[in-house]
Design a protein around this ligand. Structure first.
Ligand SMILES: [Zn+2]
Length: 201
């Protein structure tokens, strides 16, 4: 005899595929949803249902948006000479929250993973080339992080861009000691980078 009703089991199975949710926590989520007022669970369901229908990828930058181009790409007051290259959309959100970058973005759609032989074709390089070919961009800022995959991706992107668009300056976010940290607690690689990218004060 089936102990868990099929509809509940289906939901738990689906939920447990989400990041950070195992079968037990998925069951807890499902039980919580059952306790919600009906209107709220319907609204959640509708939101998930409409996600695919109403959300687009911006054809200029690759961001999730319900308009194409997205509000950032459509904003004429932003600096067209600077593009910031990020791996995923949430990195762009974080940078936007800071409100200190006023150029535009391109989302690469991931990073190269040399150890997993993740191919360069998995990246949205074409989108980048098309934007650079428009001729307005003077600086491409790589904001990919400092993991081994990010380093490999940065090297790849820099080589490709230098070869195809020699007039575009390729820069990267500074690397070094985070704010509030003490030198004696830094790892050797961070210190090495900090020394390498030191600046006049
Ligand atoms: Zn966009």
């Amino acid at each position: 005899m089936r102990r868990i009703p099929e509809s509940l089991q289906n939901l738990v199975d689906q939920l447990s595929r989400l990041p950070g949710l195992g079968p037990k926590s998925a069951m807890r989520v499902a039980m919580t949803l059952l306790k919600w007022p009906e209107a709220e669970t319907r609204r959640l369901g509708k939101g998930i249902f409409e996600l695919r229908d109403q959300l687009n990828l911006c054809s200029r930058c690759g961001a999730l948006s319900d308009t194409d181009p997205c509000p950032i790409c459509a904003d004429a007051s932003r600096d067209p000479t600077q593009i910031c290259l990020v791996a995923e959309w949430d990195s762009m959100l974080t940078l936007e929250e800071g409100n200190f970058f006023h150029g535009s973005y391109i989302i690469l759609g991931g990073l190269l993973a040399p150890l997993d032989h993740s191919p360069a074709e998995s990246l949205e390089m074409q989108r980048l080339y098309e934007r650079l070919a428009e001729g307005q961009v003077q600086e491409l800022i790589l904001a990919l992080g400092s993991t081994a995959d990010a380093e490999a991706t940065a090297t790849f992107v820099k080589e490709q861009v230098n070869r195809r668009f020699p007039g575009v300056r390729v820069t990267r976010l500074a690397q070094g000691i985070p704010l509030g940290a003490e030198v004696r607690f830094m790892d050797r690689e961070t210190l090495r980078q900090s020394l390498l990218f030191r600046q006049s004060i």
